[in-house]
Design a binder for this molecule. Structure first.
Ligand SMILES: Cc1cc2nc3c(=O)[nH]c(=O)nc-3n(C[C@H](O)[C@H](O)[C@H](O)COP(=O)(O)OP(=O)(O)OC[C@H]3O[C@@H](n4cnc5c(N)ncnc54)[C@H](O)[C@@H]3O)c2cc1C
Length: 413
């Protein structure tokens, strides 16, 4: 049995580990466009600030050898022939497979006129991030414009600021991280981001990148042109699906998968940022591009390849923002029939409920009990009996935790 895995991000390397754990003899081939060992993208900021390698190369720099896998770095899959069961590489080679895992992840982009100009960076990969940081280190990048105020745009704005760069982050909507945060929680985050020295420009959409060959500025819809030494595109997640054209594998925004992470082609699975999987709560197909989903989907894909029938529970929408100086957690939706809120200065907790069930939570400054809310939300427990205690920071801790963690006891009592 030979499995080819396109991508060695969290999804690809997890699939490889699970396959090897259950089958010591199968052949594993790992393909990556990058030139370094498999790494964890969330650890990049810490790596650039501290030089630490152990958290970045989270599986060990020798992981491919340890898994007895053939690892090809710096290679691009350019097409997949799902009928003939082979992938073609940009250097002309073809590699056959019995099973294929598409774990090619995603990049960040800014779908604006002029985005083909040179000098627009994508901070999604280590190779790309190293190029920006090299400019900072050699003094050619003293200012940066980050186009896109989403979760990753904000995170890399903070990193570049910490490295001494003057950063402006540009958001189309009137508040930061609009996919992740409601306006009120985002206002708390914005205060923290500004306090760290990041310039924040919100509510004035970018119209286009301007320049002659190389990017020189970003023009906003009001005609203002913002200039900087470096530009980073970070408005949206774009799964790497281009090489699937003509492959017979259905893809739209991402690769369509069922609850076994199977694609429309026999023997072909997809996992991670590239996969459009079902949302655990809403059932809608969506690309929830976060680390825990990538790992969980890869495990399911690998187990099914091994013939261990395993269903995926569904992707979750959750984020934990740790680098702002104030902890923020987001879970699920940002609307519901009812809203409960607790506030003390900058600390704020908001829950949304529909039919007496938690459908979403945003916690800033006071994040105790986030795991309990997640459990209640996923279990779809009716939480009306807790009343406003539900949003209290002590909920889920001490004796208030009992009814949540041991519901049978609470019902009996
Ligand atoms: C700066 C940053 C911070 C983040 N912080 C968090 C966080 O705090 N929490 C969280 O949950 N998530 C975070 N994320 C998101 C998280 O890193 C991703 O969800 C996760 O990396 C997805 O894993 P993946 O394996 O699907 O894809 P990726 O990590 O994108 O890996 C894709 C792999 O596919 C390879 N590849 C792509 N195209 C081809 C091709 N044509 N041929 C061969 N190989 C190919 C690439 O080389 C790479 O090896 C962060 C991301 C970034 C960039």
């Amino acid at each position: 049995m030979k499995t080819v895995i396109i991508g060695t991000g969290p999804a690809g390397i997890t699939a490889a580990e699970v396959l090897r754990r259950h089958d010591p003899d199968s052949e594993l081939v790992l393909l990556s466009t990058e030139h370094e060992p498999p790494y964890s993208p969330p650890a990049m900021a810490d790596h650039f600030l501290t030089g630490r390698r152990d958290t970045l190369f989270w599986k060990g720099e020798d992981v491919a050898a340890r898994l007895d896998a053939t690892e090809l770095r710096g290679v691009h899959v350019v097409s997949v022939d799902s009928a003939g069961r082979q992938v073609a590489l940009s250097d002309g080679r073809t590699i056959g497979y019995d099973a294929l895992v598409i774990a090619s992840g995603s990049r960040l982009h800014a779908p604006l006129p002029g985005n083909e100009l040179t000098g627009i960076h994508d901070f999604k990969s280590l190779d790309a991030a190293r190029r920006v940081v090299a400019g900072v280190r050699d003094g050619s990048v003293r200012s940066a414009l980050v186009v896109g105020a989403g979760f990753i745009g904000v995170e890399l704005s903070l990193l570049l600021t910490e490295l001494g760069v003057h950063v402006t982050v540009l958001g189309r909507r009137g508040w930061l991280m609009p996919r992740v945060l409601d306006p009120e929680t985002a206002a708390v985050a914005e205060q923290a981001v500004r306090a760290r020295g990041v310039e924040v420009v919100l509510g004035v959409p970018a119209k286009q990148f301007v320049g002659d060959g190389a990017v020189e500025g970003v023009e906003l819809v009001d005609g203002t042109v913002l200039r900087a030494d470096a530009f980073v595109a970070a408005t949206g997640v774009k799964p790497h699906v281009e090489f699937l054209g003509g492959s017979g594998i259905d893809s739209d925004w991402g690769v369509a998968v069922d609850d076994r992470m199977r694609t429309s082609a026999a023997g072909v699975y997809a996992a991670g940022d590239v996969a459009e999987a079902q949302d655990r709560l809403t059932g809608e197909r969506y690309v929830h591009a976060i680390f825990p989903n990538a790992v969980a989907q890869a495990e399911v894909a690998a187990l099914n390849i091994l013939g261990i029938d395993t269903a995926y529970a569904g992707a979750e929408s959750m984020n934990s923002l740790k680098h702002l100086g104030i902890p923020i957690v987001s879970l699920g939706a940002m609307e519901g029939e009812d809203k409960l809120q607790w506030r003390d200065g900058d600390a704020m907790r908001t829950l949304w409920l529909t039919d007496g069930r938690i459908v979403g939570a945003r916690l800033a400054g006071e994040i105790r009990g986030a795991g309990v809310y997640r459990t209640l939300m996923l279990r779809r427990d009716d939480v009306r009996r807790y009343g406003t205690r539900l949003v209290d920071p002590r909920f889920g801790t001490g004796d208030l935790a009992l009814p949540v963690l041991m519901p049978e006891l609470a019902r009996a009592g």
